[in-house]
Design a binder for this molecule. Structure first.
Ligand SMILES: Cc1cc2nc3c(=O)[nH]c(=O)nc-3n(C[C@H](O)[C@H](O)[C@H](O)COP(=O)(O)OP(=O)(O)OC[C@H]3O[C@@H](n4cnc5c(N)ncnc54)[C@H](O)[C@@H]3O)c2cc1C
Length: 456
């Protein structure tokens, strides 16, 4: 069978366009086209988000908004009245533990799966790991997978489709620290590199256990965190809140950041009321009027930063020390001490895309347009070839997919990083992907969130 669309990866991003379709009452029509959803894990919807031990960096409305406007008997009807949703509702006006968010997203995924199961032309394939794609001469895409029938019994299977949506999530690489031109000048020894843990790991329970083990056995409690965004502050938050019997003293935790730390506010007025003036008009989202909507710290991370700066009502947080990486190479040498004197280094500098090879009809691997973080996509979510032209019918969404600022998406013009977030997957970029497949002449407009807290 040739599917219309294969969605590879059924986490928050892969399921985003399906949720968008459900909210537009177009899910049944979409599934009638023939959609296969593949994931190496067993459940749709959850992805990795529920594995993190920190609270969400968005307000809970981000996650609950998908339930709004559901008719009785609608796709997500069962989720509305579930116990997990009721628990999440308690956090509606604030942020929530990501473990609970993960359970909720899993329930949303289960509800989607129930609908998919009713469609003879569409199917969810769990425990199915995708290894490569090949664009055949007639444009059909062949996807090679291994299906785990049991832990020990696997079969190789090919899927054929007209479109593929890659939603594989992202990963972090230690090599990025070794290869970072800034740090190369520091001549970091192997001993230093042995101290490094990736932030994605330390934000999971196994990583907390590892930090606990390393720090309780070490006379020095000095920790160096490299990065200045949410992951870096979330790692600092976990050190202070998740370890037992490890007492940090003043200045023990250093956050080494490249550029100035930015804070997100719901409006210019809210920022000014808080005494925060370090932004210009260019840093305000023209759609939502939020300050640093994309690049600013939110929720617990923002509060922690305010405590470090002594701006909060709470006691000043002196255990954390903020150091900006010097631009001057002579001064750069001074930060070597932080690397040498520390017991633990946490590398929190973003995610690379989880790429799989894409071959042409002759079996040659296609050269994609990549930057140092992985492959790139255009504003329509299409993967770009090395010459900058889009690869027809192969789209990407989600962590590591490299979605950049555009006027259509909104946010602050000055933002140079990658845009991510559950709301974006289920709304703006989710709609772009959906239109690209379902209704190719894109009808995408500037989508204004209903609730100001619903966006990143
Ligand atoms: C620490 C942290 C906190 C975050 N907090 C928030 C937040 O509070 N609010 C918010 O809106 N966003 C948040 N985000 C951003 C984003 O929403 C999440 O990262 C989200 O999990 C990304 O979803 P995803 O589907 O792209 O990736 P993932 O959640 O990683 O899902 C990818 C899916 O693809 C599957 N997969 C991977 N490789 C293969 C393969 N080869 N074959 C088949 N299946 C495969 C995986 O099993 C998984 O189900 C956070 C991100 C991080 C890193």
């Amino acid at each position: 069978m040739i599917y219309n669309t294969l969605i590879v990866g059924a986490g928050p991003a892969g399921t985003g366009p399906l949720i968008l379709a459900a909210r537009k009452n177009k899910l049944a029509e979409f599934l009638d086209l023939g959609v296969a959803i593949l994931d190496k894990h067993t459940q749709m919807g959850r992805g990795c988000l529920g594995d993190y031990i920190v609270n969400s960096d968005t307000y809970t409305t981000v996650f609950l908004e998908c339930l709004e406007g559901q008719e009785k008997g609608g796709v997500l009807d069962k989720v509305i009245s579930s116990k997990i949703t009721q628990s999440l509702e308690k956090y509606r006006d604030t942020n929530a533990p990501l473990s609970l968010v993960g359970e909720f997203l899993g329930e949303v995924g289960d509800a989607l799966q129930t609908i998919i199961d009713r469609h003879p032309t569409s199917q969810f394939f769990p425990r199915t790991e995708v290894h490569s794609l090949q664009v055949l001469a007639d444009g059909t895409i062949s996807t090679s997978t291994i299906r785990y029938l049991t832990d020990n019994l696997t079969i190789k299977q090919k899927f054929y489709s007209q479109n593929v949506v890659l939603a594989l999530g992202g990963k972090q690489h230690l090599q990025n620290l070794n290869g970072d031109p800034k740090f190369q000048k520091l001549n970091l020894s192997n001993q230093v590199l042995e101290k490094v843990l990736l932030s994605d790991f330390v934000l999971r329970q196994a990583g907390v256990n590892e930090m606990q083990k390393r720090l309780e056995n070490s006379s020095s409690k000095k920790v160096l965190i490299i990065g200045g965004s949410h992951s870096a502050f979330a790692a600092a938050w976990s050190l202070l809140n998740k370890l037992t019997g490890v007492n940090f003293s003043e200045g023990d935790i250093t956050i080494l950041h490249r550029s100035k730390i930015k804070l997100c506010y719901r409006s210019r007025e809210e920022a000014l009321e808080d005494g925060y003036t370090d932004f210009t008009e260019e840093d305000i989202c023209p759609i939502t009027q939020k300050v640093y909507r994309l690049g600013g710290l939110r929720t617990d991370s923002r509060e922690l930063f305010r405590q470090v700066m002594g701006w909060s009502q709470e006691q000043q947080e002196k255990r954390i020390n903020l150091v900006e990486i010097p631009q001057d190479s002579k001064e750069l040498k001074n930060i070597e001490t932080y690397f040498n004197q520390t017991s633990l280094i946490i590398y929190a500098c973003g995610y690379d895309s989880n790429v799989i090879p894409i071959f042409d009809s002759e079996g040659n691997e296609m050269e994609l347009l990549c930057d140092h973080r992985g492959s790139r996509i255009d504003d329509n979510g299409r993967i770009l070839l090395k010459d900058g032209s889009p690869l027809p019918n192969i789209l990407a969404i989600g962590l590591g997919a490299g979605l950049k600022y555009s006027d259509k998406l909104g946010g602050e013009k000055t933002f140079k990083g990658e845009i991510n977030g559950v709301w974006i997957y289920q709304n703006t970029i989710g709609e772009t992907i959906f239109n690209q497949i379902f209704d190719p002449p894109t009808s995408f407009g500037k989508l204004k969130p209903k609730n100001i807290d619903s966006t990143r």
